[in-house]
Design a protein around this ligand. Structure first.
Ligand code: SF4
Length: 451
């Protein structure tokens, strides 16, 4: 490695996955990682449009990097500055106009072309702008080698979204729904397992809309993945209630490797707001769906996303959300105040809710969600379950791991068990983690269901 690469990543796990792929496509060009901008021959800012004031934050970060780039140039060393991700996709022209020192602006669908863009930027100078939605999938062009570290891994299987929720930029920045063929996903999963992964989380903006060639829907993909020897745990995120079909619900009943935890955003408990959001389901349809899921897998824990203060939301609508949360009981949730994203229908809607009202509603909702999360963790105390050991704990003699419900686990135990699954009992709980004791010795390749 002769050159240094710094990638800063904001946003969801799909951006984290894309950043890892960018590092991989640049490795053959001699780029190795650094955390220091002054050392970096190339800096990539992989952006997220969901963040509030995302563009403004990007421009202040670019302002800081401009100074570093200038200092390096005076010292006779260049720096290629690239902006990737959803802000790049949505605001490419604005970036070109306001930050002409940026060398590359690229959307999420063109990361496989990065080496060519770097070559063009170094050769010709001037901005290389690539925010296409190309015909060919980036996945067909990304290298096979995966820099797998640790026993848990992410694997993108689906991108884009056709749902056009009123508040969301994803359909505009990530494009239409596309799914990777099952053969490609399975091959990547096998490589991850060979490199040490025991738990794989399948990623997609609308992952349960997966319709990849070879297996049909996501349930078929999960069933095929469950046949891979050594792959002990499977998760998937993020799902839409509309795409939660009977086959996928049955997979939760039938496949022990599919972990009993589902992130299923509902956004609001008010039918009026759900309709204004263009979510395509009612609050009661969501309740019935949860009933069916819990019938199929009684220990299933649910997490969700909420937006409070969508344009037009009244006190009664907010109370309907609170009631839905009381009815379902969530193990965790992400909740945000609505904030307008340029270009989305909700940003042009009348009846925007006052900030102070949004603040009060969010505080009330978050207090209830936090109480439910603490209650969910506290209810594990005394229970026995399998823990995937992920590495050493923070203190000497401690090991760290993950419960089936994605809680962080700490326990006293022997080192070197990374990747093992051990029966443990929870003895205490905090808002975010469990302290456990070992009940069983390690099983190096447990929960293995080879074909
Ligand atoms: S389903 Fe999800 S990704 Fe698609 S538009 Fe709605 S919020 Fe955005």
């Amino acid at each position: 490695m002769t050159k240094r690469l710094l990638i800063r990543t904001w946003g969801c796990q799909m951006n984290v996955y894309d950043s890892e792929r960018m590092a991989e496509v640049l490795a053959p060009l001699g780029f190795g990682p650094t955390e220091a901008p002054e050392e970096a021959d190339m800096v990539i800012l992989n952006t997220c449009h969901i963040r509030e004031k995302a563009a403004e934050k990007l421009f202040s970060e670019l302002g800081r990097l401009r100074l570093v780039k200038e200092e390096r140039r005076q010292a006779g060393r260049d720096m290629v500055l690239a902006v990737a991700g959803c802000v790049a996709q949505a605001e490419g022209a604005e970036i070109a106009a306001r930050a002409p020192y940026v060398d590359i602006v690229m959307g999420p669908q063109t990361i496989h072309r990065l080496p060519e863009m770097v070559a063009r930027a170094s050769r010709a100078g001037g901005l290389v702008l690539d925010t296409d939605f190309p015909e060919e999938s980036k996945f067909d062009h990304l290298p096979e080698a995966r820099t797998q570290q640790g026993v848990t891994a992410f694997l993108t299987v689906q991108e884009g979204c056709d749902k056009f929720c009123s508040f969301c930029v994803v359909p505009y920045t990530r494009g239409a729904e596309t799914s990777r063929p099952a053969a490609a996903v399975l091959a990547e999963a096998r490589r991850l397992v060979e490199a040490g992964a025991r738990e794989i989380t399948l990623l997609g903006q609308n992952v349960n809309a997966y319709h990849g060639e070879g297996v049909g829907g996501l349930s078929g993909l999960v069933r095929a993945l469950a046949e891979i020897p050594g792959l002990a745990r499977i998760r998937y995120t993020t799902s839409h209630p509309r795409d939660m079909g009977d086959d996928l619900i049955a997979a939760h009943r039938d496949i022990p490797q599919l972990m009993p935890m589902l992130h299923l955003p509902v956004q609001s408990g008010s039918d009026r707001v759900l309709q204004a959001m263009n979510r395509g389901h009612t609050a009661d349809e969501y309740r019935r769906l949860v009933d069916r899921l819990r019938e199929a897998r009684p220990d299933l824990a649910l997490t969700s996303d909420f937006i409070v203060g969508h344009p037009g939301e009244t006190d009664a609508d907010h109370e309907a959300t609170m009631q839905l949360v009381r009815d379902i009981g969530f193990a965790g949730a992400f909740s945000f105040k609505y904030s307008a994203r340029p270009g989305t229908p909700a940003s042009r809607a009348p009846l925007q809710v006052a900030e102070a009202v949004k603040d009060a509603r969010l505080a009330e909702l978050q207090a209830l969600l936090a109480e439910q999360q603490r209650g969910f963790n506290a209810a594990r105390v005394g229970q026995e379950f399998d823990v995937l050991v992920t590495g050493p704990g923070r203190h000497p003699g401690q090991i760290a791991g993950r419960s089936p419900w994605l809680q962080a686990v700490h326990a006293e135990g022997p080192q070197g068990l990374e990747g093992s699954i051990i029966r443990m009992q929870a003895v205490s709980a905090t808002a975010n983690s469990l302290t456990c004791v070992l009940k069983d010795s390690a099983k190096p390749l447990p929960e293995q269901h080879a074909a």
